[in-house]
Design a protein. Structure first.
Length: 236
């Protein structure tokens, strides 16, 4: 008889928050993630017409730190508050895509699809050899919340001391700021034609931030959205 194989499933810091909301789970790349809470079509409509909140914690998150970090990514870092994220694609037999967020002249946060951090680290290994830079996997250390929809720009000023106007904070803009009084990395990341923001916070404050965002967006019609709604919103 063949021995049973144990396959662990990773859960986000918000797992317990989703349970009372009628979540339908799915598994992808070793993660258990919310597929939907209601009909995916209704959740997609919420984003198109108003505002939705999604747990994006399964995103891969690699910190790249060191004097040569920016050069390894093909450019120079900057210390401006609203630096722009850079889209990366490392070609090969299985291409790996990432979004590189500038946090400081010598520090970047690389976001990948769930399941891709190891492949990205392997692709960067040759560049790291002999360079003054190193990678740290922060996938489980950071939670990620995504807010999207035409009313998203109305919500975040209630929680963040930032000018989020399109001129000051365009698509792919990155900032670090207190969100509901805790440190957060904020990224303007529009899903298709819909304005959206990615909020990255420490795992231990994820439930608090989720609750604060929902409370701030209550009168705007904010509600949870699962991953099944994303393909219905169009390409990013």
């Amino acid at each position: 008889m063949q021995a049973a194989t144990f396959t662990p499933i990773r859960r986000s810091a918000l797992h317990e928050v989703h349970e009372p909301l009628g979540v339908v789970w799915t598994e992808a790349d070793g993660w258990r993630i919310p597929r939907s809470y209601t009909a995916p079509e209704a959740e997609a409509a919420r984003v198109r017409e108003g505002i939705g909140l999604l747990d994006a914690s399964a995103l891969g998150k690699l910190a790249l730190r060191g004097r040569d970090a920016a050069a390894l990514l093909g450019g120079s870092g900057n210390g401006r508050l609203n630096g722009l994220a850079r889209r990366l694609r490392l070609d090969g037999e299985a291409p790996v895509a990432a979004l590189a967020l500038p946090l400081a002249p010598d520090e970047w946060l690389l976001l990948t699809a769930p399941g891709d951090p190891r492949r990205l680290a392997a692709r960067l290994a040759d560049r790291l050899a002999g360079a003054c830079a190193h990678l740290t996997d922060l996938t489980s250390a950071l939670a990620a919340l995504r807010v999207a929809g035409p009313r998203a720009p109305e919500l975040l000023p209630r929680l963040l001391p930032l000018d989020l106007s399109p001129e000051a904070f365009p698509n792919l803009a990155v900032a670090q700021a207190p969100l509901a009084k805790v440190h957060a990395i904020v990224v303007r990341h529009d899903p298709g034609p819909h304005p959206g923001y990615l909020l990255l916070v420490a795992r231990d404050v994820a439930e608090y931030v989720w609750g604060a965002v929902l409370e701030a967006g209550r009168e705007l019609g904010l509600g949870p959205v699962g991953t099944a709604a994303l393909p219905l919103l169009g390409p990013e």
